[in-house]
Design a protein around this ligand. Structure first.
Ligand SMILES: Cc1ncc(COP(=O)(O)O)c(C=O)c1O
Length: 400
């Protein structure tokens, strides 16, 4: 082949990809037994597969045609019902159905981020959120997290040091990916106040909120301040039903609707109509709550099994978060010699996969930490996986 020099767009250099997503193909290539704590996805037995198959088989006129860009009206109606159950009364002109939560993030960044704009992100945060903001040229500012979520009190100082207000604040308020922590009610109020002061848009990314298995729900940002045009909410059915459907939605100020439609038309015209119909019919059949009731009990059991296994095999060599819902534990090694980037290959050979902490920071932070997804494995397998992780740590020794 001729040696062709392609003249790429400058933005191509800012495409960082996602170690999380790449782990799907990495794991598919492995032939030995691996306990999978890497991907954040429900296991097959915790997806309502039979019901989804049944609804997917329904045929209606137009099911295989193009749909409207804003989404199937039946699905929009069902989304509004879900939100109403969460004490948030929205309206159809605020909803755009998206191709998963990722498209919601992409649309938000496309609408609000110009090259060089300051974007506050949580440190650590969802790899793909960082990747999306960077792909539009964002200047990321990593803000600390503690057990009550984003340390909102730290933002004014960070912003003063940056010398300009953030255009966007990206937060994952419930059972955060990767840390599992939840933003406290008080901090939600503070965050809204700061965003109003700075004129910043809050990207409120909440794929896990309906997967609470302990303690009481905390009002969402849009429940605290309905109609606040600075809140851009991104939601998805990936974690509560099945990620392969690739169906989600955004709830945003009606003034943004035409722009969202224009932007989505330049991406994919409409979200898969068969997938939307399957979800809409599943929801209209009253299946969501019984499904959630079943799975959250199992997630609670799995989280507890993982915490017990960490205690059993590692004792105080690690610190783990204790989430009230969602999929993830964030584990930090108290021995500063452990380097979870270097450990990864050893662990994979031992038969356990995780996501290294550094994947959740663009500054190379968190090499002493890792994310474990407890949602995908049964309690027995979880214990086996943590035992394998311990063997890997012993084998790798201090590798930093
Ligand atoms: C915080 C967060 N936002 C967005 C997404 C993307 O969701 P989807 O798979 O529906 O695109 C995920 C998936 O892992 C996530 O954890």
């Amino acid at each position: 082949m001729a040696d062709v020099k392609l003249r790429l767009a400058e933005r191509a250099a800012d495409l960082i990809g996602s170690i999380i997503d790449s782990s799907t193909s990495l794991l598919a290539r492995q032939t030995h037994d691996i306990v999978r704590f890497a991907m954040g996805a429900p296991s097959d037995d915790l997806m309502p597969v039979e019901l989804l198959d049944r609804y997917a088989a329904y045929t209606v006129p137009g099911k295989y045609g193009y749909g409207s860009t804003e989404g199937e009206p039946d699905l929009v109606e069902e989304v509004l019902k879900i939100q109403a159950e969460q004490n948030y009364s929205s309206s159809a002109d605020r909803i755009t159905i998206t191709t998963g939560g990722m498209q919601g993030l992409d649309l938000a960044c496309k609408l609000f981020i110009d090259p060089g704009d300051l974007v506050i992100v949580e440190g650590p945060t969802y790899t793909n959120g960082n990747a999306t903001a960077l792909s539009y040229g964002a200047a990321l500012l990593e803000a600390p997290l503690d057990e009550d979520g984003l340390v909102v009190e730290a933002l004014p100082d960070l912003v003063a040091r940056a010398g300009r207000p953030p255009k966007v604040i990206y937060t994952i308020p419930n059972f955060q990916n990767p840390s599992g922590v939840t933003l406290s009610s008080h901090r939600r109020e503070q965050l809204l106040e700061l965003a109003a002061r700075w004129g910043s848009v809050i990207i409120d990314d909440d794929p896990y909120g309906l997967l609470r298995f302990e303690n009481s729900p905390i009002p969402a940002l849009n429940e605290i301040d309905p109609g606040n045009a600075h809140i851009f909410s991104v939601r998805t059915f990936s974690k509560i039903l099945a990620p392969g459907l690739r169906v989600g939605w955004v709830d945003a100020d009606p003034s943004l609707r035409p722009l969202l439609i224009n932007a989505k038309q330049a991406m994919d015209t409409c979200t898969s109509v068969p997938a939307q119909r399957t979800v809409a019919d599943f929801l209209a059949g009253g299946n969501l709550q019984p499904h959630l009731d079943r799975v959250v009990g199992l997630y609670r059991e799995r989280k507890q099994a993982m915490r017990v296994a960490l205690e059993r095999h590692f004792g105080d060599a690690v610190r783990a978060t204790d989430p009230d819902g969602g999929f993830f534990l964030w584990v930090t090694f108290t021995d500063s010699e452990v380097d979870t980037d270097a450990l990864f290959e050893v662990a994979l050979a031992e038969g356990v996969a995780y996501i290294p902490g550094s994947a959740f920071s663009t500054n190379g932070h968190f090499r002493d930490a890792l994310r474990l997804c407890f949602a995908t494995s049964t309690p027995d397998r979880i214990d086996e996986g943590i035992l394998r992780l311990k063997r890997a740590v012993d084998k790798a020794g201090g590798s930093r």
